[in-house]
Design a protein around this ligand. Structure first.
Ligand SMILES: *[C@@H]1O[C@H](CO)[C@@H](O)[C@H](O)[C@H]1NC(C)=O
Ligand SMILES: *[C@@H]1O[C@H](CO)[C@@H](O)[C@H](O)[C@H]1NC(C)=O
Ligand SMILES: *[C@@H]1O[C@H](CO)[C@@H](O)[C@H](O)[C@H]1NC(C)=O
Ligand SMILES: *[C@@H]1O[C@H](CO)[C@@H](O)[C@H](O)[C@H]1NC(C)=O
Ligand SMILES: *[C@@H]1O[C@H](CO)[C@@H](O)[C@H](O)[C@H]1NC(C)=O
Ligand SMILES: *[C@@H]1O[C@H](CO)[C@@H](O)[C@H](O)[C@H]1NC(C)=O
Length: 566
């Protein structure tokens, strides 16, 4: 009876608040690195991810979640401060610490810490180095010094056995873990440390916010060799669109320089900037990426199993996401660094006990470990799928609200210096209402810096001072629309009247974004619509400009479904 009434009241959003009043919910915040939604629970036909699928079956699964930039440092800083890269002013991994140069913005873990939570970081949560003051923002964000696995030291060393039997610094790096320096791998160490902390928290009075950042499937694919056996080479296929699209403006293309630096890729003498990568090697990159995903899945499974064992499955919110995606050969690219869906779309699922899933019966586990080698198939159906477009800047207010804290207010304007506010939106309502109630069209915004209009050696990751063109991109259910505009770093000025190139994809016909219609006859955006916009204010916000462009195009050129409005 108790449970029944709880389930009923939950849908009115009350049961959760009741729980919080008695006892705050913990948060387990799990991030993967460079993981696109190549997962069973996102309908990937090949990838074996039974543990993440199991989590998905008890979670709200956001099918259209987008990162604000497809690069680790800018994306992680954006997620954790809930501000867009234009506000943190961080476009690269090496420029500065936001607290000193942009604003003393409160972070998601810092907010929980200020509400009495014990906050802990394991592995890669903040981007390491200068962008988080060489301390992962400790002590502001964390109660204890962040943990870094010692074996990460060997990530870029010659530890991968090549075909010649010698050790190399390779992209493809399936290893015998016992033969590795320290006899382990960074994500295995991360899992062990996170489990150790969970054990300690079992005796703690205060609630916890435990952030666990896995390093994979980021390159190099240094992973336990057994995972590669899950993906026989002869079952591997190329993507549907393995070539650089004909209508793609050259500024939009990024030449994936980081994989070219690895010894095994160097030996292939791939021409710069367009390649291509030899077909067999393309298939191997895909094989190793998928293997890395299954390896991360196993770590997630062990972690969730421990959460359960230590008595936290019924009072802990679990978030699983990634900083951005990765192109696995789509558009002839092998990297992030673009505004395509393959680079900006991420997995995002949130488990809220009692809200997204009802309690297990006595003695039954919520998250039993699933051994992918024993049960490789996806037995799990997705829980509550949310199709509405969401952004990673939404995470901060949404998780705060779900845990029972006040969601930070909307920032008074983009770029605001208020320490605690959000440039995202609180999406907690998606947990209380069936999605059919949500009629409004949502949009996600991402950006991408370039040093020039044509591919250069530094096109993937230009230093901030080298940025000359900025890609501003909008994603909604029907369109992806991108403008590449002139940028002056010394003034931090993006000139929206100085359009170098554009991209327009109609996703109903072209979900993979291969047929650029921007500027073609019938799809022009008349310049008067821009002129009118410059009247918005001295500095029109680019998000508003893109929104108005796509609204104009939708109403005058593209509309198939007149009922749909923006
Ligand atoms: C930034 O804010 C924190 C509290 O959130 C405060 O302790 C710190 O002194 C501030 N730093 C600066 C430079 O204002
Ligand atoms: C960054 O770290 C240094 C060295 O630990 C410290 O002295 C400095 O105060 C930190 N910066 C801020 C803004 O906290
Ligand atoms: C891994 O390496 C250890 C130590 O060299 C060896 O005993 C073991 O047989 C190897 N395992 C595999 C599967 O090759
Ligand atoms: C790459 O170039 C080097 C030096 O020019 C040559 O020795 C090697 O055979 C080439 N490799 C391939 C795969 O073409
Ligand atoms: C701590 O963990 C044990 C099992 O290891 C469990 O029985 C107990 O309920 C947990 N305590 C709390 C306070 O959750
Ligand atoms: C912005 O670009 C337009 C078109 O190239 C140019 O006429 C204008 O002077 C630029 N504005 C600034 C402030 O640089």
């Amino acid at each position: 009876m108790m449970m029944l009434s709880c389930v009923f009241v939950t849908y009115m959003g009350l049961c959760l608040l009741g729980v919080v009043a008695r006892d705050k919910l913990n948060v387990l915040y799990i991030m993967a690195d460079d993981l696109r939604p190549s997962l069973g629970c996102y309908s990937d036909p090949l990838v074996k991810s039974p543990n993440i699928d199991q989590l998905a079956s008890k979670s709200n699964v956001f099918f259209n979640a987008y990162a604000q930039q497809a690069l680790c440092g800018p994306s992680r800083t954006s997620i954790l401060t809930s501000r867009r890269p234009d506000t943190t002013k961080l476009f690269d991994n090496s420029n500065f610490y936001w607290r000193v140069h942009s604003g003393n913005y409160t972070t998601l873990p810092q907010y929980f810490k200020s509400h009495g939570y014990t906050t802990m970081s394991v592995g890669k949560i903040f981007h390491p180095g200068i962008v988080s003051n060489h301390s992962d923002d400790y002590p502001y964000s964390w109660s204890v010094p962040p943990y870094h696995p010692p074996s990460f030291h060997y990530e870029r060393r010659k530890v991968c056995k090549g075909r010649d039997g010698k050790l190399h610094e390779n992209l493809l790096c399936a290893v015998n873990v016992t033969e590795m320096p320290l006899g382990t791998l960074p994500d295995i160490e991360n899992t062990e440390e996170a489990i150790r902390l969970l054990k300690l928290m079992n005796k703690s009075e205060s609630p916890f916010f435990l952030a666990v950042g896995f390093y994979k499937p980021h390159i190099p694919f240094r992973i336990p060799q057994e995972f590669v056996k899950l993906y026989p080479f002869d079952k591997m296929t190329l993507p549907a669109d393995p070539d650089v699209p004909k209508g793609l403006p050259s500024v939009a293309y990024n030449p994936w320089t980081d994989i070219r630096e690895r010894e095994d890729v160097k030996a292939l003498n791939i021409s710069f900037p367009y390649g291509p990568v030899p077909k067999d090697f393309q298939l191997q990159i895909r094989q190793y990426y998928f293997s890395s995903v299954s390896y991360v899945d196993a770590q997630v499974g062990k972690l969730l199993n421990a959460l359960d064992e230590h008595g936290f499955a019924e009072n802990t919110i679990v978030v699983f996401t990634s900083d951005h995606g990765w192109s696995l050969g789509e558009h002839g690219e092998w990297a992030k660094y673009s505004t395509f869906d393959v680079a900006t779309r991420v997995p995002l699922m949130v488990y809220v006990p009692g809200l997204t899933s009802v309690s297990q019966g006595r003695g039954e586990k919520t998250f039993p470990y699933v051994d992918v080698f024993q049960e490789p198939n996806n037995h799990f159906i997705s829980g509550r799928v949310v199709k509405s477009v969401v952004e990673l800047v939404d995470l901060f207010p949404t998780i705060s609200h779900l845990a029972g804290l006040h969601a930070p207010h909307q920032c008074p304007q983009p770029g605001s210096h208020v320490n605690l506010c959000t440039e995202g939106e609180n999406r907690a309502y998606t947990f209380y209402r069936p999605e059919t109630y949500i009629s409004e069209e949502r949009m996600a915004f991402s950006q991408c810096p370039r040093p020039a209009d044509t591919p250069q050696l530094n096109s993937d990751q230009p230093h901030f001072l080298e940025v000359r063109v900025l890609g501003y991109s909008l994603r909604c259910s029907q369109y992806r629309y991108t403008l590449w505009v002139g940028f002056q770093p010394d003034r931090f000025y993006a000139n929206l009247s100085d359009v170098h190139a554009g991209e327009l994809y109609l996703l109903d016909d072209d979900p993979d974004q291969d047929h650029n219609l921007y500027g073609l006859k019938g799809y022009e955006v008349p310049s008067h619509s821009l002129d009118k916009l410059s009247g918005i204010g001295a500095m029109p916000q680019w998000t508003d400009v893109l929104r108005q462009h796509i609204t104009w195009l939708h109403q005058h050129r593209l509309q198939r479904n007149p009922a749909q409005t923006f």
